[in-house]
Design a protein around this ligand. Structure first.
Ligand code: HEM
Length: 351
């Protein structure tokens, strides 16, 4: 493993989980976990996020730095034949969302993250709700919660606080060892190398990463992924922009002063045989794409007292007509988001 690919791996780990290790602090080591086929609990996973970034009471344990956004989703009805979810009937749904960066430190500089994220709560006129938390990279570095737990352990504690992205910050030896046993992580690194982070929140595409299942009115199911593709042209972030520690939120506020920001929601249909339980792999680009409508963001507000503050963007908060796939990350995410949410709400109440 070269030093530079290791550096990106460390960056990716930071992006998704802001890593660090408390190696040895747990009786439950990653080797045992794999041998015994045990899943790391949400408590242990969230503990590891905290070990990396420190405790920041009241904030999310990952993607801690972010901003609330509000707007709507205009469905054009074209996905209504694929799913009975009312959000895809032609019409308008309300949106409360959150734009964020990876990492557990709410004060970290934006340039320390190579992933932007968009979480949405979309409430249809009939009151049903769909929550989705998407990333600007269409794949995840690892396939299973166990591997994520190992990856967290491969990083040195207390180093990934957003100060830098040099591999020496993260503990090369452990990360090298991790990547040797998890070659799938290279696909994530390769994607990042070929797609530098966007200059803003509003000109990035955001992906479901995991597969889900659509259920139509007759009960037929289809495996799908989704993404929102920006109307604003993508541009890579420039070094000068990176000098502003808050360039993403500042840029979003300036952009919204000129008018709403729009994305097209696109549903990708799996073909028979496409793998649905491996978020480290893309489906072929030739798969059918359905344009489902337009996401419009009109307003941003600080997360400290904005409408997204108390929402847990659990990816398994799904309306009738959308179901989880067999991706093992989904259940682990649901449990970890609940654990993170519980901790920060408790801390808010104690203030
Ligand atoms: C499939 C890949 C994943 C995607 C696309 C993703 C995306 C996101 C996004 C967008 C957020 C911010 C949500 C918000 O703004 O409130 C978030 C938060 C978080 N993520 Fe993930 N994530 C993924 C995998 C994971 C995994 C596997 C875990 C651990 C099992 C995890 C743990 C967390 C935690 C603890 C939070 C903070 C949740 C909260 O306090 O509300 N993520 N993730």
């Amino acid at each position: 493993m070269s030093r530079s690919s290791c550096r990106i791996a460390a960056g990716c780990a930071l992006a998704f989980v802001t890593l660090g290790s408390i190696a040895g602090a747990y009786a439950y080591t990653h080797g045992f976990a794999r041998l015994l086929g045990m899943q790391p609990s949400a408590t242990r996973i969230v503990d590891r996020f905290e070990a990396v970034s420190g405790k920041h009471p009241g904030f999310r344990r990952n993607h801690a730095k972010g901003v609330c956004v509000t707007g709507h989703f205009d469905s054009n009805g074209q996905a209504a034949a694929l799913t009975r979810a009312s959000v895809f009937a032609a019409g308008r749904s309300r949106v409360v969302g959150r734009l964020s960066i990876g990492g557990g430190n709410p004060a970290q500089a934006d340039a320390t993250s190579n992933v932007r994220s968009l979480a949405l709560s979309i409430v249809s006129p009939d009151g049903s709700e769909w929550r989705t938390a998407m990333n600007s990279v269409p794949i995840f570095p690892v396939r299973t919660p166990e591997a994520l737990f190992e990856m967290l352990a491969a990083l040195r504690p207390g180093k990934a606080q957003g100060q830098g992205q040099d591999a020496s910050d993260y503990g090369d030896t452990a990360m090298d060892a991790f990547m040797k046993t998890h070659p799938e992580t290279a696909r994530f690194n390769d994607w990042l190398r070929d797609h530098p982070p966007s200059s803003g929140f509003g000109n990035a595409a955001y992906y479901s990463v995991s597969a889900f299942r659509f259920v139509d009115r007759d009960g037929h199911t289809r495996d799908v992924r989704w993404r929102v593709a920006p109307d604003d042209a993508y541009a890579p972030v420039a070094d000068a922009e990176k000098r502003d520690v808050d360039f993403l939120e500042r840029g979003l506020a300036e952009r919204l002063n000129q008018g709403p920001v729009r994305w097209q929601m696109v549903i990708t249909l799996a073909a028979p045989g496409d793998i649905t339980n491996d978020a480290t792999r893309l489906w072929p680009a030739s798969r059918t794409q359905v344009d489902a409508g337009t996401l419009v963001i009109e307003r941003e507000e600080p997360q400290i007292d904005g409408p997204c503050r108390d929402i847990s963007f659990d990816p398994l908060t799904l309306p009738d007509g959308i179901e989880a796939s067999d991706d093992p990350l989904l259940r682990a995410r649901s449990a970890a988001y609940a654990e993170s949410h519980e901790r920060r709400v408790r801390e808010e109440e104690a203030r």
